[in-house]
Design a protein. Structure first.
Length: 482
């Protein structure tokens, strides 16, 4: 990555690590997490599906004396670090850091050498046992890698890149949702996805609805729209494309040839994301192909999940509050009606890195998310849900970034924080039971959709733009459904 996209040079990152090592009383950091190594050297790779990382280790040693250079050694096979790439890394590191490359397998000898030199080595808790056993207890500090927190706090260039990635992704997902609506789930589409008068894919013997695409094919269609976007690299994880009762399986995976076809009797949940050269996305929408036919119970549950999403999106909190503490705020609109979900409300997201990123998160079931306070620049998913076994699943997910909020007061001298949503994809407004929303919630929906229209309308045309206009129109108060 260029320094402009990364927002920080290798030299500046090594300097931050030096400070962390000095604070911890250590001389050397062994880096084992692949996304941390990619972040450190401003590089990306393709060794692991969905994650733009390369198999490697790294070692950072702070200078022994004033005026000396720091060492940043990258243990990566030569074929993966061509001379041009290594030259770019060294240029970004500047004259204050000695960047060296060694083969992947050389890391053990390098750690042994640090131990022999009498240096104190900081090893991440998740580091493999083989490396831990190389460092005697007297010279070892086993604790969380300082890079995890540094990487989690995005700089302004990374946030801008994430915004752009989500804009491109919103275009793709909007085109997909519009395609589903106008083709009746693919039933009225020819082999190229175009709408036909009679539905070229429907056979005379097909029962109504049987010619709609199946879950796996729907995921392929969505991927085709993402591939149209600038600088698209690939999916950020395997798409969860789930109709009906399959939506109640939280990490469902459709199998081509045996998965369900989309229908109009239940909900369709699609949780997907993309890797772009400027950022990583993760978004979930749950729709009904015939929303007017959705039952009151289905629409009420969907609306309660939307209320949970709004509660999380709009919360304001003092700096230092953890995601563990905020999780209950998102669940409250569901708890009030005896509903809940068996997963966390949010996880961190990398900047053109892993779609799941720590050390922070938002979960009542993961006590580790109570160990790290939220600070500006952190990204979080906002994905409450409700899953009714054997019937349907609902999840509504946006990615947010922590921002400073201008409050009237600043109790105890603290800054107050909130969220900016990066995802801008309309919700299916026809599923909203408006009578269940407060005026404040209704305004949030209208404001969110107005913003979606503002940024997406210039990038859509024809039937896609018509779909956007319909789905971003203001909602009006009305009596409860029955």
């Amino acid at each position: 990555l260029s320094d402009a996209i990364a927002g920080c040079t290798v030299a500046a990152k090594v300097a931050q690590i030096e400070q962390a090592l000095e604070h911890a009383g250590a001389d050397v950091l062994v880096v084992t997490a692949l996304d941390e190594i990619a972040w450190l050297f401003n590089t990306r790779g393709s060794d692991i599906a969905f994650c733009p990382v390369t198999y490697a280790y790294a070692l950072v040693r702070r200078p022994a004396a004033a005026g000396a250079k720091a060492l940043a050694c990258w243990f990566v096979d030569e074929a993966k670090a061509c001379p041009e790439l290594l030259s770019a890394v060294r240029t970004s590191a500047g004259c204050a850091v000695d960047v060296q490359r060694s083969d992947y397998a050389d890391v053990t000898e390098a750690v042994k050498a640090e131990v022999a030199a009498g240096r104190t080595v900081l090893l991440p808790l998740a580091c493999c046992t083989a490396l831990h056993e190389l460092v005697p207890a007297a010279q070892k500090m086993a604790q969380a890698s300082p890079i995890a927190l540094l990487k989690a706090c995005k700089n302004e260039a990374e946030v801008a890149g994430m915004r752009e990635a989500h804009l491109r992704d919103a275009v793709a997902l909007s085109k997909f949702l519009a395609w589903l609506e106008r083709t009746d789930g693919g039933a009225l589409a020819d082999q190229d996805g175009n709408v036909t008068a009679v539905g070229a894919k429907r056979k005379a013997t097909d029962a109504p609805g049987t010619a709609r695409v199946d879950e796996a094919r729907a995921a392929e269609v969505l991927e085709s729209f993402r591939k149209e976007q600038e600088d698209y690299v690939g999916p950020s994880f395997e798409t969860i494309s789930a109709y009906g009762s399959n939506g109640a399986v939280i990490h469902y995976k459709p199998e081509a040839g045996s998965c369900a076809r989309l229908g109009d009797e239940s909900l369709y949940l699609v949780d997907s994301g993309g890797q772009y050269g400027c950022g990583t996305t993760d978004v979930t929408r749950t729709i009904h192909l015939k929303p007017a036919a959705a039952s009151y119970h289905m629409r009420a549950c969907w609306t309660r999940v939307l209320q949970a999403h709004i509660a999380c999106d709009t919360v304001v909190f003092p700096e230092g509050i953890t995601g563990y503490q905020l999780d209950a705020i998102a669940r409250a609109p569901l708890w009030r009606h005896g509903l809940d979900y068996r997963h966390g409300t949010g996880h961190g997201v990398g900047a053109f890195l892993n779609v799941h990123e720590g050390p922070h998160g938002m979960s009542l079931s993961r006590i580790s998310t109570n160990e790290v306070g939220l600070v500006p620049g952190m990204t979080l998913s906002n994905e409450p849900g409700y899953y009714e076994d054997g019937a349907f699943g609902i999840r509504l997910e946006n990615i947010m970034v922590v921002r400073v909020v201008d409050t009237e007061h600043a109790f105890d001298g603290k800054r107050y924080l909130g969220f900016e949503h990066l995802t801008l994809v309309p919700f299916q407004r026809e599923l909203v039971d408006v009578a269940l929303l407060s005026e404040r919630e209704r305004k949030w929906v209208d404001d969110y959709h107005a913003k979606c229209y503002e940024v997406l309308a210039p990038k859509l045309s024809g039937p896609d733009l018509a779909w956007l206009e319909a789905n971003c129109a203001p909602i009006e108060p009305k009596c409860a459904s029955s």
